[in-house]
Design a protein around this ligand. Structure first.
Ligand code: GTP
Ligand code: MG
Length: 183
């Protein structure tokens, strides 16, 4: 079984722990406490390997060892311990908080400056899309295209998700597993 280290980074309350909780336990807490230091969890995903002709050949199980870091400013200096040996980084922002995308950009910059490993997979995640609606209750502050363009320009994987209703969560981890498996 392949094992990969994955770290989550991003501003406090963007939903890092909620994303991990959805992925690992398929559950969601409306009142989740802010993470202290960091939390460690693990989970596997199964992907399909394909042969040279593109035919599905066999299933491959990939295990993620996940470091869910604390987003509060006072823990910022701990982050390098967790991203140093990571194979993948999920940089999370909240689509209802424009500032959180700025914070995400600074994490991406820090990763690009401090991690020499070119094979580090960086995935930008816009969380809380359940709060984007077509009516006057719409809470979106970050347009999908703005984040998507930034991600493309910087070679990041990107998608919007909701830890609350589960939308897009499995696919994030599946895409990372597939990308790391191909490297
Ligand atoms: P720190 O541990 O402080 O870094 O925060 P965090 O990024 O781990 O955020 P956390 O997962 O604790 O979530 C913060 C708050 O946002 C909680 O009240 C969650 O219930 C809420 N939340 C998380 N994900 C979603 C989501 O997809 N939709 C909605 N509506 N709320 C969410
Ligand atoms: Mg947390």
């Amino acid at each position: 079984m392949l094992q990969f280290k994955l770290v989550l980074l991003g501003d406090s309350s963007v939903g890092k722990s909620s994303i991990v909780n959805r992925f690992v336990k398929d559950s969601f807490d409306e009142f989740r406490e802010s993470t202290i230091g960091a939390a460690f969890l693990s989970q596997t995903v199964t992907i399909k390997d394909s042969d040279a002709n593109g035919n599905e050949a066999q299933e491959v199980t990939v295990k993620f060892e996940i470091w869910d870091t604390a987003g509060q400013e006072r823990y910022k200096s701990l982050a390098p311990m967790y991203y140093r040996n990571a194979n993948a980084a999920l940089v999370v922002y909240d689509i209802t908080q424009a500032d959180s995308l700025e914070k995400a950009r600074s994490w991406v910059q820090e990763l690009k400056n401090k991690v020499d490993d070119d094979s580090l997979v960086i995935y930008l995640v816009g969380n809380k899309i359940d709060l984007a609606t077509d009516d006057d209750k719409d809470k979106r502050e970050v347009e999908e295209n703005v984040a998507k363009t930034y991600a493309e320009e910087n070679g990041l994987l990107f998608s919007e998700v909701s830890a609350k209703n589960g939308q897009g969560i499995q696919q994030v981890f599946r895409s990372i597993a597939e990308k790391l498996y191909d490297i």
